[in-house]
Every structure is written in C-alpha cells, then in structure tokens.
Design a protein around this ligand. Structure first.
Ligand code: MG
Length: 354
C-alpha cells in the first residue's frame, strides 16, 4: 500500500458494491488505485503516516526528536529481466527512491520473496546478485528477509517485496503538500524509458527499439540537493502512472496548478517514436530512476546544476512552474502553443510494469 500518493479528489467516496472485484487497473498507480484506497483500504487503515499521502511515511520517534522514513513496495514485473534492469534492481531502487523523496538517508531494507516452484536457482541468484549490487551503490543494507514458495502455476517465477527505513534530518523534509505558487518544477531526465523498455522486452508487439530502463538509485542526486534545504519543497519519483499522475498527486496535495512546457520535457527519440507508434502518452509511462524536484524559482538554476552534476541527472531540465489555482490541475503547454490538461492515468496501460 505504499505509493500512498493516492490522490485525494475523493472526499465523498462512492459506496462499494459487493459484486465488484479487483481489476488490473487497480494496480496501475493511477486514479483507480487511488479510488480503491480511498473507498476500501481507508475504511480500515488510518494513521498519521497514511494521511501524509507521500511515497514514504515521515515518522516521529518516541523521543519526539528524531524522525525516520518508512516505505514498502512489491514488485511483480514481467519479464524478470529487461534492458537496463531486472526485478531485483527494481525492488531495491524503488524502495530507496521512495525513502529519498521524504528527504531521508536510506539505511535498511527488508526483502521478502514469493517464489514459484520450478524457478531455476540460477535465475534466483542472478536476481540476488543484482539486488546486492544495487544495495551497495545505494549504501543500504538488507537486514531481514522472508522466503515463501507457491506451487507451480500459482505465481510467476518470483515476486519481491522490499520495505525500507531511513533517517530524516530536521531541516530537510520535502512533501507533496509543500508546492507553492511560483515554484519551479525540475525533472531529472528523460520520461518513459522504464515502461517502454519493459514493453519492448515482452516482444508481443514485435517492436525492436534501443530503449533501456532508467532504473537507478538516486542517492547522489538528493544528497546534492541537501544544501538547498529547507527550500526543497517536493521530491517525488514519477513511477507508475508517470509524470502526469505524479504531478496530479502533488497538485492535489498542495491545492495548486502546475503548468508544464512540453518543449522543455526531456524525452529520447526512441521513446517518443514508440509512444507515437502505439498511441501512448509518454507522460503516463513509468520511470524508475527519475525525480521531480519542486523548489522556489529564485534557486532553480543552482538546483538544476546540482541535479545535473549528479549521477543519473545529466539530462535534468526545468520543465514548468506551480501557479495558484482554485482547483488542482496539471496543464501542458504543447509544442504548438495550445494548452491541454494532463490527467492522472486511468485504467491500466501496461500491467506488471514494476
Ligand atoms: Mg514513489
């Protein structure tokens, strides 16, 4: 249930019919996930951490001084290996990056494995090796774990859940509710690489494109932003649901409008070409190694340099601004100079993407 960045435009949830059943779209990270949480999970689970609606809960320790961040993620990607990554790398990066969005220094991870009978041990080891490498880069330790096995045909090789804990410094506590009119929006690199890489790796559409997943731990990028604390208002990784969904969550949390300039949004030629071919909106495609940074306009150039000088941030760009608006919304100024509203992802575009 993490990715709790669940938008909140559901102040008056519809009653749940007992004939309803879970659909793939409920796992999209978009508006259906958000609605499921508001209408079903929220009835049973309420806490300060969940109320924050951020990717990691910011928790005050019993000493009333220190804070930690805690987050959890499950990974069900298919195929298990794709250009630029695999399920193990995703499981570490996803949780590390969610801790980073809270301004935390990631420290400890748990790793729980649901294995399907028949999974070759060699495949398991390849995934574990990848997790080890990524954990070393992110300077986190895997300190506890769990292993369960389901019968052949009852799983899909391997599912991994990771939970993470990190320290939060007093003056560095970004949150989705802190965007202010006038702030600048920075995106740390190109959009859509992860989703398109996994889609192409499935081979179902017969598309061959040179697209690698961007999966990466963004510790250095966030470390480079620490000198700007407490002015770093929002950090959020645009994973499932992509840039559009993530910015809509922030707009809802902060009750603001966000305007993007399409010509400033970095996108690779290959991702753009595949999206055009398939009619996908690249702004709703998942990323696994990108950060949205929202900061006051007067420090945007310095912050951009700090992001660009970090590993994985060389293509960062200032892509838009926050403005005061009665109702939360995300607007895109298109290359043609017209405006269109960017909505949260509805339904499920690409199931099993992470
Ligand atoms: Mg996230």
């Amino acid at each position: 249930m993490t990715e709790q960045n669940l938008s909140d435009g559901f102040s008056c949830p519809l009653p749940v019919s007992h004939h309803e059943a879970i659909m793939l779209g409920h796992g999209s990270g978009g508006s259906m996930t958000s609605e499921l949480i508001q209408r079903v999970f929220h009835k049973y689970f309420q806490s300060d951490g969940l109320e924050q609606k951020n990717d990691a809960a910011n928790l005050l320790m019993p000493d009333h001084i220190h804070r930690i961040a805690m987050t959890t993620d499950s990974h069900i990607v298919t195929p298990l290996f794709f250009p630029g990554g695999d399920i193990g790398k995703l499981a570490v990066c996803g949780t590390v990056n969610d801790l980073l969005t809270a301004g935390a220094v990631p420290k400890w991870l748990s790793a729980a494995f649901i294995l399907e009978e028949g999974l070759p041990i060699a495949i398991l080891e390849k995934i574990l090796e990848s997790m080890k490498k990524c954990a070393e880069e992110a300077q986190v330790e895997i300190v506890t774990g769990d292993t369960k096995v389901v019968e052949r045909g009852k799983g899909d090789g391997i599912f991994i859940n990771t939970t993470g804990i990190g320290y939060i410094a007093e003056n560095f506590q970004p949150g989705g509710e802190k965007a202010r009119p006038g702030d600048a929006v920075i995106l740390s690199g190109t959009v859509g690489n992860h989703g398109m890489s996994v889609l192409c790796a499935r081979g179902e559409l017969g598309i061959k494109a040179d697209i690698s997943s961007d999966a990466a731990p963004l510790n250095e990028m966030v470390r480079n932003l620490r000198p700007f604390a407490p002015s770093v208002h929002v950090l959020r990784d645009p994973t499932r649901g992509g840039l559009s969904t993530t910015l809509n969550e922030i707009a809802n949390q902060s009750q603001v409008g966000i305007e993007l300039d399409e010509k400033l949004i970095p996108i690779s030629k290959e991702v753009n070409a595949v999206c055009e071919m398939l009619g996908f909106d690249p702004y709703t495609i998942a990323n696994e190694g990108k950060m949205i940074i929202i900061i006051p306009d007067e420090i945007k150039q310095e912050a951009l340099l700090a992001v660009r000088s970090s590993k994985y941030g060389e293509n960062a760009a200032i892509i838009g601004r926050v403005f005061a608006n009665q109702s939360p919304m995300v607007l895109l100024r298109t290359i043609l100079g017209t405006h269109r509203i960017l909505d949260s992802l509805s339904g499920e575009l690409l199931p099993r993407i992470c």
